[in-house]
Write a protein that binds this ligand. Structure first.
Ligand SMILES: Nc1ncnc2c1ncn2[C@@H]1O[C@H](COP(=O)(O)OP(=O)(O)O)[C@@H](O)[C@H]1O
Ligand SMILES: [Mg+2]
Length: 328
């Protein structure tokens, strides 16, 4: 990603967060440093940078001062403590422009249970689900028969998710999901094609061509299919009817707007055998390398990766400037 940012326009600094939560202060990343440090999430703690470079995540509502020196922050963090509004809140407090959705939309889309409530309210088709809280964990039954999908409410990367095909396997799947969250979902199992669509924009968002996910290393889109080399194939455009393609694009934009998203998101769908399109989830910080689905779909739609990055940075600045004119 850093390599695709035009050096004539951007002076890029990386801020890395180590597994123990320490922040590595902004520093130049051109040259050999970027790849190695960014590829290993534990690298920040061990990189021999400035001895005082690590700082703990601030508490008590004070953002780290060094963030004030950057014009735009591009968060490329997935899951809890990054994609869920927490880092966005920190950046709001710091008064810095940042790429992507704000606090509320980020938190909403991270929570599959609350996300569905909002989508239902706006008439956007989603899979039926039942929410189970920690205190009800010993009394779980499937309201949807079998197979049924069990998932943590707020995680990602397919971690903690099970497709349960027989009643005797339900308890284990529930226990697994509860290892990752205090709230879980039981969801009706949807047959069909998994389709993803990228969205870009603030007030008039646009949708990319929809792409079809073909898991190769597994019979569903699990962790290994997502992250192993050759784990999946992306087919663009998705092999569904013209009507279904158009419906995916329409729902990608309307769910993005319904969730109050800004900048970017990847909206994931199921297209059922009869052509019905169902929104599965919305990812406010999708995978973001040049070979990730988000970028590939826009590439196939005529927006090359460097231009995509430019537009996202521009959208961040535009939003920041617009908000600055509001009176509180
Ligand atoms: N209701 C469902 N029916 C069938 N498969 C599902 C269902 N929900 C999830 N899956 C499978 O699990 C994968 C991950 O689920 P998802 O809800 O997207 O969670 P994550 O946030 O971890 O990506 C999906 O890409 C799909 O392959
Ligand atoms: Mg998903």
């Amino acid at each position: 990603m850093i390599a695709a940012l035009d050096p004539a326009r951007y002076d890029v600094r990386s801020i890395e967060i180590s597994r123990d939560g320490r922040w590595q202060l902004p520093r130049p990343v051109r040259g050999q440093l970027a790849g190695a440090a960014a590829a290993d999430p534990t690298a920040a703690a061990s990189t021999d940078g400035d001895s005082d470079a690590g700082l703990p995540i601030p508490t008590g509502g004070r953002a780290p001062d060094p963030l004030g020196e950057v014009d735009v922050v591009f968060p490329v963090l997935h899951g809890p403590f990054g994609e869920d509004g927490t880092v966005q809140g920190l950046l709001e407090l710091a008064g810095v422009a940042y790429v992507g959705s704000g606090v509320t939309a980020s938190a909403l889309c991270m929570d599959k249970d609350l996300f569905k409530s909002v989508m239902r309210d706006k008439g956007i088709p989603i899979a039926k689900s039942a929410t189970v809280r920690r205190w009800d964990r010993d009394r779980v039954e499937s309201p949807f028969g079998f197979p049924v999908v069990v998932k943590p409410a707020r995680l990602g990367s397919s971690v903690g998710i099970s497709i349960v095909r027989a009643p005797e396997d339900l308890a284990d799947a529930v226990a697994l999901a509860f290892e990752h969250d205090e709230k879980i979902l039981l969801e009706e199992f949807l047959e069909g094609v998994e389709v993803e669509c990228s969205v870009l924009g603030n007030e008039s968002p646009i949708a990319s061509l929809p792409g079809e996910i073909v898991p190769l290393s597994s019979d569903w889109y699990d962790y290994s299919a997502k992250y192993d080399e050759g784990g999946m194939e992306l087919v663009v455009p998705a092999r569904v009817s013209e009507e279904a393609l158009a419906r995916v694009q329409e729902l990608a934009v309307s769910s993005f707007v319904a969730a109050d998203c800004e900048g970017m998101a990847r909206v994931d769908f199921f297209v059922r055998p009869d052509g019905e399109v169902i929104v599965n989830e919305l990812n406010t910080i999708p995978g973001f390398t040049s070979t990730s689905v988000y970028a590939k779909l826009f590439e196939a739609s005529g927006i090359p990766y460097p231009e995509l990055l430019d537009r996202l940075v521009q959208l961040a600045v535009e939003r920041h400037d617009r908000r600055a004119s509001l009176r509180y």
